[in-house]
Design a protein around this ligand. Structure first.
Ligand code: ADP
Ligand code: ASP
Ligand code: MG
Length: 424
């Protein structure tokens, strides 16, 4: 008995059949005596389709209108889900993010949740309803405009509601059986983990494992909400993400390596011919920051002795590419570089594991695996518990597979199941 927050991703509600299947699951949870709050994503690839549509109308859509458009996706699924539940003889009410009290800052397309005031959700629950909340959206505190939380943001909505309502767990239902040692779409022999620490999951998420969003894991860690990632298509137990491994959960000890992540959503910008003198990097990255663009890796080449010029490369989300190029072009005189290069045919592969800190040889094995697979490395970055490299986009799959095998992560028997979704 207690309050449960469940989140169903787009692939779980991709069509009418999916919505009815999810409705039955929710009703079963209610029948078991729980109060149920459901966070739902847009159906299937609806969000991508809405983005495509917006881009056909305007190459750089206004943030406010873009958010208004995208939140429509979640409204469709929340209303249909509430109807499907009522059809099974149970009471349900749907709420937009704004109605559910999800208050954000006013940065359109990637707003941050700053408060959750779920008064209407509590009332709906007290009256015996199942509450269905549209994920990925909120309302800005100052302007009262509709905002979105960035791609995959429904995960964050779910954890934020779980924290605000004092739920014991946040269940994230998706199209695979949990968190695997690599994306099961890329590595058939990836293994499901029974448990992973917040720390390692944060690193996997920020390295591109989109099964959970980085911000959602950050939020869960801050409020200490355990997350249970599982499939909405099977009844199997999934992966627990929490501070400590649950009793009886495997592995009880921290594994040396948690997994391999990949990301093909980034691009690389190279600023060519930058004078090698103090203040140049500062001017470049101030221009980027003022354009509100987040960057990931940075590399500065050794300057050529003859010219005293150097190149600086950095990676950033492809979606921010145009903004960053425009900002640098405007700052060309101040920076004094020769030219800019934009490359969106790159991919990033990351190896993650807290045990890396204390185990020598991990880095060597990682680079040997890439070399044996004939993969050329363009950029390298490391943290205490992660090594990442940038390669050509075409090399990402073989690189992930090679690294996964080299660290003995391939399962001996089972093939990982992918139940739905298009992988888009
Ligand atoms: P949802 O629609 O449920 O939000 P997502 O597509 O956002 O689903 O996330 C689930 C997908 O994440 C899986 O289908 C899988 O391809 C991908 N994925 C990437 N890395 C991993 C991983 N380490 N473990 C499990 N799934 C992963
Ligand atoms: N529908 C949004 C997206 O596709 C949010 C989500 O699914 O979490 O990014
Ligand atoms: Mg997702």
């Amino acid at each position: 008995m207690g309050l449960v927050v469940q989140k169903y991703g787009g692939s779980s509600v991709a069509d009418a059949e999916g919505i009815k299947r999810v409705a039955r699951r929710i009703v079963d949870t209610k029948k078991n005596g729980h109060q149920v709050v459901v966070v739902v994503s847009a159906m299937g690839d609806t969000t991508d389709e809405l983005i495509d549509l917006a881009e056909q109308v305007s190459p750089i859509p206004a943030g406010r209108e873009f958010d208004m458009l995208l939140t429509a996706g979640e409204r469709i699924s929340m209303a249909l889900l509430a109807m499907a539940i009522k059809n099974l003889g149970h009471e349900a009410q749907s709420f937009t993010g704004s109605q559910a009290g999800v208050i954000t800052d006013s940065v359109h397309n990637k707003a941050r949740i700053i408060d959750v005031t779920p008064g209407r959700i509590r009332t709906a629950l007290d009256e015996g309803n199942i509450a269905i909340v549209a994920g990925f959206q909120g309302v800005s505190q100052d302007k009262k405009d509709i905002t979105t939380l960035g791609r995959g943001g429904s995960d964050t909505t779910a954890v934020a509601l779980a924290a605000a309502l004092g739920a014991g767990v946040c269940e994230i239902y998706t199209d695979v059986d949990g968190v695997f040692t690599a994306d099961p779409r890329v590595v058939k022999r990836a293994q499901k983990m029974d448990w992973i620490s917040f720390e390692d999951m944060l690193e996997l998420a920020s390295s591109g494992s989109k099964v959970l969003l980085h911000r959602c894991v950050e939020y869960a860690r801050r409020y200490n909400i355990p997350i249970h990632v599982r499939s909405s298509f099977s009844g199997l137990p999934g992966t627990w993400v929490s501070n400590e491994a649950p009793q009886g959960g495997k592995p009880m000890e921290q594994a040396i390596i948690s997994g391999v992540a990949h990301d093909t959503s980034e691009a690389k910008i190279t600023v060519v011919g930058v004078p090698d003198k103090p203040g140049e990097a500062a001017t470049i990255f101030r221009a980027i920051a003022d354009a509100e663009v987040n960057i990931d890796m940075v590399v500065q080449n050794v300057s050529a002795a003859a010219t005293g010029l150097t190149d600086i490369s950095f990676t950033l989300p492809k979606t921010e590419g145009r903004k960053a190029m425009d900002a640098l072009t405007r700052a060309q005189d101040r920076i004094g570089y020769d030219s800019l290069r934009y490359d969106d045919q790159i991919g990033k592969i990351s190896l993650v594991g807290a045990g890396m800190k204390t185990n020598p040889g991990v880095t060597a094995t990682f680079f040997e695996a890439l070399s044996n697979a004939g993969v050329n490395i363009e950029l390298i970055s490391t943290s205490e518990i992660r090594i990442s490299v940038v390669t050509r986009a075409d090399d990402v799959k073989p690189a992930v597979q090679a690294v996964h095998s080299a660290f003995g992560l391939d399962s001996e028997s089972d093939e990982a199941v992918v139940y739905g979704g298009t992988g888009r």
